[in-house]
Structures are given as C-alpha cells and as structure tokens.
Design a protein around this ligand. Structure first.
Ligand code: FES
Length: 113
C-alpha cells in the first residue's frame, strides 16, 4: 500500500494521503477545501485540524507549529496544523482520520466556495 485513506469526519468523500505528503497537500490535491491563509509555511493557524486517528504516524509537531497552535481556537491534544502534519509511515489500519474544527468549516462556507 502506498497511500493511506484520509477520512474526514462529516465528509463522505474518499480521500487518500501518501507517505511524505502533508495533510494540506493531500487535501488540496483532491479538492478538499482546507484554509491555509499563509500558504502552508506555518505562519498562521487557519489550517488547524484535529487528527482523530493515526496521528502517531505523522511527523511530530515542531516548535513553530506548537507556537502557532497556541494562537488557534478550540485547540486540543489532537490538534495539528495540516500544512505541517506530514505522513511518515503507513498507519497499521491504513487510515488517518481528521476533523476540521467547525469554525474553520464555517469560514470556508462564508468564503463563497
Ligand atoms: S497554512 Fe498557515 S500554518 Fe498552515
């Protein structure tokens, strides 16, 4: 298996993510709208997602990411910046599951997409 399933809570579409890819890269390549105001350089926190399953297979967050997450709303232990969360290895059950915080989803809708 070269790609893991990327499951998004509340979204029935079937996304995938390859080892070496970030969640944001995988999302953008497949038409999954995730905010990324700074363009994916860890300078905002709009790409905040919660990794519900498989998070241990992602690269550990660096200090920059943790600093940005400090500024984000509704942060939890499973919070990551999608542009920094890179898949290192295939999850044992083949799945990474994420949730997009609802205030992010609202922002996307209001953005007229
Ligand atoms: S897109 Fe700005 S920190 Fe991820």
């Amino acid at each position: 298996m070269t790609r893991a399933r990327l499951s998004v809570r509340g979204d029935d579409r079937a996304f995938t993510i390859a080892a070496g890819e970030t969640i944001l890269q995988a999302a953008m390549a497949q038409g999954l709208d995730l905010d990324h105001a700074c363009g994916g350089v860890c300078a905002c926190s709009t790409c905040h997602v919660k990794v519900l399953r498989g998070g241990e297979n992602l690269a550990e967050p660096g200090e920059d990411e943790l600093d940005q997450l400090d500024e984000a709303r509704d942060v939890g232990l499973e919070s990551r910046l999608a542009c920094q969360a890179r898949l290192l290895r295939m999850p044992a059950d083949g799945t990474i599951e994420i949730a997009v915080p609802s205030w992010n989803v609202n922002a996307v809708r209001e953005g007229g997409h």
